[in-house]
Design a protein around this ligand. Structure first.
Ligand SMILES: [Zn+2]
Ligand SMILES: [Zn+2]
Length: 123
């Protein structure tokens, strides 16, 4: 395997087996680090998007964590109240209230939280 000879040059000076072990250890650490960062990115993303859709019908208040999927268009039919009132939304970082983006209601940003009034910008 000529392409593999390049990787363990420094560690292969001792013995080939030990070199192999170090390489595997490095790979293991790299995989763990990658998994850690992937998990961190995933968990922070899922935290930010635990409300991605909100029914604008005040009597309904249905929320959905999954953002708009391919083939779906806004406003969507709400599975709870059956009206075309499901829009892209976010959870207020300050008070946790779900809000529909102004951009999705033909209004101008920023979207003010309907509860605490915090100004939010679409990223
Ligand atoms: Zn609804
Ligand atoms: Zn708020």
């Amino acid at each position: 395997m000529p392409n593999k000879a390049k990787i363990p040059t420094s560690v292969a000076l001792t013995s080939p087996d030990r070199g192999k072990l170090v390489v595997w250890a490095v790979i293991g650490v790299a995989v763990l680090a990658l998994a850690y960062f992937a998990w961190g990115a995933w968990s922070s993303r899922s935290r930010a998007q635990d409300v991605a859709m909100l029914c604008s019908n005040p009597k309904c208040g249905y929320t959905r964590a999954e953002p708009l999927q391919v083939g779906e268009s806004l406003p969507m039919t709400c599975p709870r109240c059956g009206q075309r009132t499901l829009m892209a939304a976010f959870r207020c970082p300050k008070c946790g209230t779900p809000n529909i983006w102004n951009e999705n209601r033909n209004a101008l940003p920023p979207t003010k939280c309907r509860k605490c009034g915090r100004e939010n910008y679409h990223d």
